[in-house]
Design a protein around this ligand. Structure first.
Ligand SMILES: [Zn+2]
Length: 304
């Protein structure tokens, strides 16, 4: 139960809008905001506050374990999304939650009784409308991008990001992940903007009391080039511009002054020494152990 974070006695804010910049190194984001390269992030920092040393992630510091922790207020051992992929000994099968093919159904794996910030909002304000954009952890949300996929009403997905706004073309061709993530984030921003404008795909929606927007390009780019690379900086600029478009839609709606905003990451990203390579598997196999290595570093001994 995370109702305690809500303050229902106050009139304002009337809305909470949160953006998750996946995998973003906090130092890189702050430096770019200070240098004028992420003006929309800088605007929100100037209006509020920033945790100077970033935030602590839950272990393991991977995407879906931490998205689910942020949205449920529970650590992975409690909410049950143990990793992006793991091995279920009881069922004798691999569980993959964090992949485009499994995102819509990832929350089938949460522990029973797990509730989210969407549920907390509904318990406090039963009529509130909440929206979950591009977020696999969409428990309790009224609107969810992945709800369309579960219902078989998959939105049209552009074949290429070329020509879409806020896409650094230079990285689209050399990087398949940059290309795909730009498409996903464009579609997410489009949904967030449309919801604040009042309708998406021909259906009307009320203003969200709580909107959560997950943006994945930063993670793809920081994996691709490391957090201090040009591709990472391009991803922060593109993502900041998408954030700016959503803020613009909220301003158009007249709700901006009644909104609280949050930007956060699920985990950071650090350079590693490219000379340091290797694999757990070699010494473990040499020692004659039977094991599985799931999600890089989750070792299960005695099974294969
Ligand atoms: Zn992540």
């Amino acid at each position: 139960m995370i109702d305690g974070v809500l303050d229902p006695g106050e009139d304002r804010p009337r809305h909470l809008v949160a953006f998750l910049f996946d995998g973003t190194n906090a130092n890189v984001l702050y430096a770019m905001a200070a240098a004028g390269e992420a003006p929309n992030v800088a605007r929100l920092i100037e209006m509020g506050t920033a945790l100077g040393h970033g935030a602590m992630a839950a272990l393991p510091t991977v995407t879906l374990a931490n998205h689910t922790s942020i949205l449920t207020g529970a650590f992975p051992g409690h909410h049950g999304i143990l990793h992006n992929a793991w091995y279920d000994r009881a069922r004798g099968e691999q569980v993959i939650t964090n992949s485009p093919a499994t995102w819509p159904w990832a929350m089938n794996n949460v522990s029973s009784g797990t509730t989210s910030l969407h549920d907390a909002i509904h318990r406090t304000w039963p009529d509130a409308f909440t929206a979950s954009v591009n977020e696999p952890c969409d428990i309790g949300a009224d609107y969810s991008t992945f709800g369309f996929f579960r219902d078989g009403e998959i939105p049209d997905i552009p074949a290429t990001p070329e020509g879409l706004p806020h896409v650094t073309e230079r990285f689209v061709r050399p990087s398949k992940d940059y290309s795909w993530s730009s498409i996903v984030d464009h579609m997410g921003a489009d949904q967030a903007i449309s919801l604040w404008d009042g309708s998406y795909r021909g259906q009307s929606y009320p203003r969200p009391r709580f909107m959560w927007v997950n943006l994945i390009l930063t993670d793809a780019a920081m994996h691709e080039g490391g957090p201090h690379s040009e591709v990472a900086a391009a991803a922060v600029r593109d993502t900041d511009a998408r954030l700016g478009d959503v803020l613009g839609a909220i301003e158009r709606s007249g709700a901006f002054d009644d909104c609280a905003f949050a930007i956060l990451a699920d985990h950071g990203m650090e350079e590693t020494n490219p000379q340091v390579t290797g694999d757990w598997g070699v010494p473990l196999r040499e020692a004659g152990l039977r094991f599985r290595d799931e999600g890089y570093g989750f070792l299960y001994l005695g099974v294969q």
